[in-house]
Design a protein around this ligand. Sequence first.
Ligand code: HEC
Length: 105
Amino acid sequence: MKNICSACHGNSWNNDFYDGFDKAVQEYSEVYFKPAKAKLDELYEKGLLDKTKFFDEHLEVEYYELWRHEGRRARMGGDDDGARLRLVARLLRVQTAFCQLYGRG
Ligand code: HEC
């Protein structure tokens, strides 16, 4: 991919861009997704959430949003340097969903 970018941008620009993008995805995974998944598993284990059906409890919907909707926007927002504000807004939504999930149990 960097080869394509090199047609117009210099190496340091390309490396900075991809380093930042990797960090944004890594941050999402480490700070939000992994702890949220661990919390969901814990709530299932303690019997505080019912595992037989997904989407029948509010926190399962929040967990899904954290990954599929807001999480994807936050991760993909990291690849668009011109959309920093959108990224921040998405991260706030991720934090809200995360706090709702984590505030339980
Ligand atoms: C055909 C030439 C061309 C190619 C190929 C190209 N870019 Fe660009 N890119 C530009 C131009 C022109 C700008 C605008 C620069 C400016 O505003 O000063 C730009 C801007 C950007 C910006 C800043 C956007 C913003 O709104 O601030 C990023 C990030 C970027 N490019 C990343 C990439 C990446 C990653 C690739 C490879 C996947 C790539 N570009 C390939 C020409 C190109």
